[in-house]
Design a protein around this ligand. Structure first.
Ligand code: HEC
Ligand code: HEC
Ligand code: HEC
Ligand code: HEC
Length: 349
């Protein structure tokens, strides 16, 4: 009887030690989330880093190979070549240097032939060349008009493309199930797990509603009591549905930068700028920039693109924060993108 009890206890001991070892091994392979306090004590403002994802995120954010800069001076490209509509003021050398850069950033495997008929470089017969001309103008606009966002770091084609013909992180309108199978009620564009909404129940229409039109209204918090008492003819205040669209955009932004809400906000008051971090102001300029490049550059390219490049709803692919940021608050950890190519920092207008 005593012997049996002893054996039983020993068995329990062995099982317990094994479980503990397994638990320790699992914890060892799955280190916990790292947290850093970024606000005053007690306000819950914390940045999180997931060590399990860090390696993959960092690998995705290696800066491109540097070609060095080319000194200005020499014959202008507009004189040297036949059909130069945007880059005419560059010197011939700068122009060729940029063509090599573009090739490395966008079509390293296909080379010049991705955009050119090699028998006739002046020809615009390939749609990729026509798209690229607009992409060059877009890049110049980002660098020259949105320095409040991109600073001196700037962007070049690699910031979005990373050596791919089409950037890995872009978005198109969800052609999601608008109604649940067998149920007549509409889904109200939500309650479907989509990447756009960070797999939450929030609406998947946030990007098309708030990131395609300059000035689209993101603010939903009422700033006065009794907001429903309003002057005749005044616009209705934002409702719960509008609020959900804003939250969905915020999820998408956080996902793109790999941060949580308190990177920008003090969550005790989402709307208050005084209580937000300086990052929120930079982010505000980023929102203006994303709305501009979608509305004025990427959406109008729809008729130029072949069908296999369009989304299921027939729309052209568009950019969001993730297109450049790819999981980091500073794309490629802040590697300078204009150093070798100052010409992309000029305005084309
Ligand atoms: C991703 C697209 C793309 C790639 C790749 C590319 N180019 Fe270009 N190329 C353009 C665009 C766009 C223009 C027109 C620029 C303008 O209108 O200001 C152009 C124009 C030119 C011209 C001027 C032709 C003329 O007479 O009008 C030359 C020369 C040229 N490229 C050479 C090259 C070389 C060499 C390579 C490979 C090292 C290359 N390009 C790779 C997009 C590309
Ligand atoms: C802000 C992000 C961004 C930057 C910067 C950017 N692109 Fe793009 N590019 C996109 C998106 C999004 C698409 C897909 C939609 C489209 O084709 O219009 C795209 C598509 C393209 C395509 C079409 C490829 C295909 O196979 O259909 C070419 C070519 C291209 N870009 C060239 C360039 C060049 C050259 C530069 C730099 C001068 C550049 N891009 C800079 C976002 C960007
Ligand atoms: C990278 C910075 C950033 C992150 C991260 C972020 N936000 Fe925002 N948020 C902003 C900016 C900028 C605005 C203001 C937009 C405007 O005024 O046009 C805003 C606005 C809001 C508003 C509307 C405030 C008002 O005045 O009505 C809410 C609510 C909000 N955010 C919630 C969140 C939540 C919840 C999260 C996390 C899921 C989050 N935010 C993550 C930058 C951020
Ligand atoms: C065209 C590329 C591009 C897009 C699109 C973009 N950003 Fe940025 N963002 C940058 C670059 C480049 C920097 C670095 C600027 C610097 O070094 O000063 C940056 C910096 C930031 C920072 C400052 C981070 C820090 O730690 O200092 C925030 C916050 C930010 N972006 C938020 C956003 C949000 C939110 C969006 C989408 C609404 C967005 N960005 C879209 C390129 C982009």
């Amino acid at each position: 009887m005593i012997e049996g009890l002893k054996a039983g206890l020993a068995l329990i001991g062995v099982v317990a030690v094994s479980l503990l070892t397994i638990a320790m091994l699992i914890t060892f392979e799955r280190p916990p989330i790292d947290s850093t306090q970024i606000g005053y004590d007690g306000v819950g403002m914390v940045d999180h880093v997931n060590p399990r994802l860090e390696e993959e995120v960092q690998a995705r954010n290696e800066p491109p190979f540097s070609l060095g800069a080319v000194p200005p001076g020499g014959r202008p490209a507009g004189e040297a070549y036949e059909n130069v509509q945007v880059l005419a003021d560059l010197s011939e050398d700068q122009f060729n240097h940029l063509m090599v850069g573009i090739t490395n950033w966008v079509s390293p495997e296909e080379g010049c032939a991705y955009c050119h008929n090699l028998e006739n470089l002046a020809s615009d017969e390939l749609y990729t060349k026509v798209v690229s001309r607009r992409m060059i103008q877009m890049t110049m606009t980002i660098n020259s008009e949105y320095s409040d966002h991109v600073g001196q770091t700037g962007v070049n084609c690699y910031t979005c493309h990373r050596g791919n013909n089409v950037p890995e992180y872009l978005w198109v309108e969800e052609d999601g199930p608008k109604a649940m199978a067998g149920v007549s009620a509409s889904r109200q564009d939500q309650n479907v797990p989509t990447r756009i909404a960070g797999y939450s129940t929030m609406p998947y229409t946030a990007l098309e509603t708030l990131l395609t039109e300059p000035g689209a209204n993101i603010r939903v918090a009422t700033q006065s009591a009794l907001p429903f008492v309003r002057e005749a003819g005044a616009a209705p205040p934002p409702d719960i549905k509008d609020t959900e669209v804003t939250y969905s955009l915020m999820m998408n932004m956080s996902q793109g930068l790999g941060v949580n809400c308190t990177y920008c906000h003090n969550s005790r008051n989402w709307s208050s700028w005084e209580q937000s971090t300086p990052m929120r102001v930079t982010a505000w300029h980023g929102i203006q920039m994303a709305q501009d490049i979608n509305a004025n550059y990427l959406i109008p390219l729809q008729p130029v693109l072949p069908e296999n490049r369009l989304g299921p709803a027939g729309d052209a692919p568009k950019a969001n924060c993730e297109t450049c940021h790819q999981g980091l608050a500073l794309p490629m950890n802040g590697a300078p993108m204009l150093e070798d190519h100052p010409e992309l920092g000029e305005s084309y207008k």
